[in-house]
Design a protein around this ligand. Structure first.
Ligand code: SF4
Ligand code: SF4
Ligand code: FES
Length: 247
């Protein structure tokens, strides 16, 4: 017999002056291979058409559907109800601006993060659209691609103790971006320039190293390795700067 699922869902519309934050409870009969995306869509179609949540790809690619699922950040489209208990509590991701109910604005946060860590290839070469693409060693391209798989869902940010305490912390996702540019031979930034961007309390030295970020990353990015590498690199840069034998 199918389970009856109980959904406790956070409700609040910041655009509506009469709205107050509260929880609504819905029940739903579980179906085979039901994901939270299917469950939420059914709830919206059958029980409350005003329920707000985000989805785009439904395939773990766009990162839009991240939410707190029984207290843990995760992708709703990739979460099967069969892996959850009978009672499911859904909350919006913390840290990001709330749009309404389970929908948050991750885009503004990510744009600010990219600007803060200057998340682009820095080169003095001018772009020639007629030129052949620069060649890169296959193994290195694959290493970089591994870090490029981030879908900017925000789960690692929501699951990070430091990011929850400090608004200025750039998060593992930013450190992952910087690690990617350090590997990239086209980026001409010096060690000192990278240090200025990430060698601070808002960057790698604010990280407590408890690895909540890696635990919740739905794409299984190697955040632990990158944080470790960056901590060593930036620590070494700080020592060199102290004794002024770096560049
Ligand atoms: S290891 Fe660092 S970045 Fe990851 S969750 Fe902990 S404090 Fe945040
Ligand atoms: S690093 Fe992982 S958890 Fe963080 S934003 Fe990217 S895909 Fe999401
Ligand atoms: S809807 Fe795109 S990742 Fe879930």
């Amino acid at each position: 017999m199918a389970r009856k699922l109980i959904f406790n869902i956070f409700r609040y519309n910041p655009q509506d002056p009469h709205s107050v934050p509260h929880t609504d409870t819905f029940d739903l009969e579980e179906a085979e291979s039901m994901t939270l995306f299917i469950a939420l869509t059914q709830l919206r179609e059958e029980k409350d058409s005003s329920l707000q949540f985000d989805f785009c790809c439904r395939a773990g690619i766009c990162g839009a559907c991240a939410m707190m699922i029984n207290g843990r950040p995760g992708l709703a489209c990739h979460t099967l109800t069969k892996d959850l208990p009978d009672e499911i509590t859904l909350m919006p991701l913390p840290i990001f601006k709330l749009i309404g109910d389970l929908s948050v604005d991750t885009g503004t946060w990510f744009r600010a993060m990219h600007e803060k860590v200057e998340s682009w290839v820095h080169t003095s070469k001018s772009f020639d659209p007629q030129a052949e693409e620069e060649r890169m060693d296959n193994a290195l391209a694959e290493e970089i691609y591994e870090l490029e798989r981030c879908i900017e869902c925000g789960c690692c940010v929501a699951g990070c103790g430091t990011a929850n305490m400090r608004q200025d912390f750039v998060g593992a996702v930013a450190m992952n971006r910087i690690a990617r540019f350090i590997m990239d031979p086209r980026d001409q930034r010096t060690e000192k320039e990278y240090f200025e961007v990430i060698g601070t309390d808002e960057g790698i030295f604010g990280c407590m190293g408890l690895l909540g970020c890696e635990d919740v990353c739905p794409k299984h990015l190697p955040l632990q390795d990158q944080l470790g590498i960056l901590r060593r690199k930036m620590g070494w840069s700080a020592v060199k700067e102290l004794f002024r034998f770096g560049k």
